[in-house]
Design a protein around this ligand. Structure first.
Ligand SMILES: [Zn+2]
Length: 85
């Protein structure tokens, strides 16, 4: 297993989070901190990648690729707000 920063997931998640996924907002369900993808700690294995909070190690994103399919779970990411005010 290799541990890298959240920038490693940006390309993989661009279809879900937009072309600048590194700055996608997230909210840690473990400690409540707000952050961005680039600040996460990503564990890279043969099965895929898991993004965890740098502060409390809570699960923020999972990407698993197998048999030509990709499964993505984003429990720590917020939907972009469209509310202007
Ligand atoms: Zn946390």
């Amino acid at each position: 297993m290799t541990i890298v920063d959240g920038n490693a997931l940006a390309g993989v998640l661009a279809d879900r989070l937009g072309p600048d996924a590194t700055t996608a907002p997230l909210h840690c369900p473990g400690c409540g901190r707000d952050g961005i993808l680039a600040r996460t700690r990503v564990h890279v294995t043969a099965m895929g990648m898991v993004a965890r909070c740098r502060d409390c190690d809570a699960l923020l994103a999972t990407v698993v690729e197998a048999d030509g399919h990709r499964w993505v779970d984003l429990p720590g990411f917020r939907a972009a707000s469209t509310d202007d005010g």
